[in-house]
Design a protein around this ligand. Structure first.
Ligand SMILES: [Fe+2]
Ligand SMILES: [Fe+2]
Length: 328
């Protein structure tokens, strides 16, 4: 069954549908609408030209020259981001005309424009260093395919805005922190600001969708998140050599992404209230377990039993706090 039939129930999909028009809204609905409008307005105010920014940085710093093996690591990570940008561009452009509210359509349209700019500027930068590597992390590619193939709006939103966008933010942050190239270091904050804004599209649209779900649909939705999260962790493990080349420990990178994902999930469950708020506690505990079990530190024992024990202890302690979406 197609995406439109599964979630739209025909709402806002006809030009003469009254729900297509802006209308008075009260309380929560009005606040969510204003937040979504703000995504559009801020996007408009902070719009930037990727070609101009890249050229200005090249004029300032001179030609890009990254020594090996760092150059290959950047090509691998940024290559994965290139396909992530294309997926985000496709998803936001697909959602824009289908969203039931005027403000949601504004926000998704703004995001589609941002993602097109991101794709082009990353592509142009990659051309300067030999293009993306031939085979980006296979699990990262599977994650993107799974989001593109999602059969409900809620899955597509949670997949792109709450799981993939925080990972994109994380990789941009660590590439910037690596200071491997001054042009890249000064280019990435432009993308990070846009990506942090995009997370708001999901956090403002998802609570209403999740609230309307029956048990079966909700179980399917949370199971989908779990499968996507599992794939993302595998993707990170596949990127481990590139991360280490740039001087990052995979657990440190995982923790940064974990904080951003928990922060985004908390923004959704806070609005749902009640037992939904416990979901982020379980999510954080599950992520804590995964961090310690999957990415043992240099001084930690690596046998399965020791990792299991350490993972369970970490899950109980929930040592990592939820992070701001935009980490400097
Ligand atoms: Fe993007
Ligand atoms: Fe984005």
């Amino acid at each position: 069954m197609g995406l439109r039939a599964r979630w739209g129930r025909g709402r806002g999909t006809r030009a003469n549908d009254p729900s297509f028009l802006p209308r008075e809204r009260l309380g929560r609905e009005a606040r969510l609408a204003r937040n979504l409008e703000r995504v559009y307005d801020v996007g408009q105010d902070r719009i930037w030209n990727g070609g101009d920014v890249l050229q200005t940085l090249l004029d300032k710093h001179g030609p890009v020259d990254i020594p090996e093996p760092a150059c290959s690591a950047v090509r691998e990570l940024l290559g994965a981001m290139l396909w992530g940008e294309l997926a985000a561009w496709k998803v936001s452009a697909e959602l824009a005309p289908l969203l039931p509210s005027h403000e949601g359509r504004l926000a998704a349209t703004s995001q589609a424009h941002d993602e097109a700019r991101h794709f082009r500027v990353i592509h142009d930068y990659l051309e300067l260093i030999g293009g993306p590597t031939d085979a980006p992390a296979p699990s990262a590619m599977q994650t993107l395919d799974k989001v593109l193939a999602a059969d409900t709006l809620a899955k597509k939103l949670v997949g792109m805005q709450l799981l993939v966008e925080p990972v994109a933010l994380t990789l941009f942050t660590i590439l910037r922190r690596s200071e491997v190239c001054p042009v890249l270091t000064e280019l990435l904050p432009y993308l990070e600001q846009d990506e942090a804004r995009h997370v708001n599209v999901g956090t403002n649209l998802l609570p209403e969708l999740v609230r309307d779900m029956g048990w079966a649909e909700a179980a399917d939705y949370w199971a989908y998140q779990g499968r996507l999260f599992h794939l993302e962790v595998r993707g990170l493990a596949e990127m481990e050599p590139a991360l280490r080349t740039l001087g990052f420990d995979p657990r440190e990178v995982y923790r940064l992404g974990q904080g951003k994902q928990v922060g985004a999930a908390r923004m959704v469950t806070d609005q749902l209230g009640g037992s939904a708020e416990r979901i982020t506690d379980w999510m954080r505990a599950g992520m804590e377990f995964t961090a310690v079990y999957r990415f043992p530190g240099p001084e930690e024992r690596r046998d399965v039993l020791s990792r299991l024990r350490a993972g369970l202890a970490a899950a109980r302690q929930t040592e990592a706090p939820a992070a701001h979406l935009l980490v400097r």
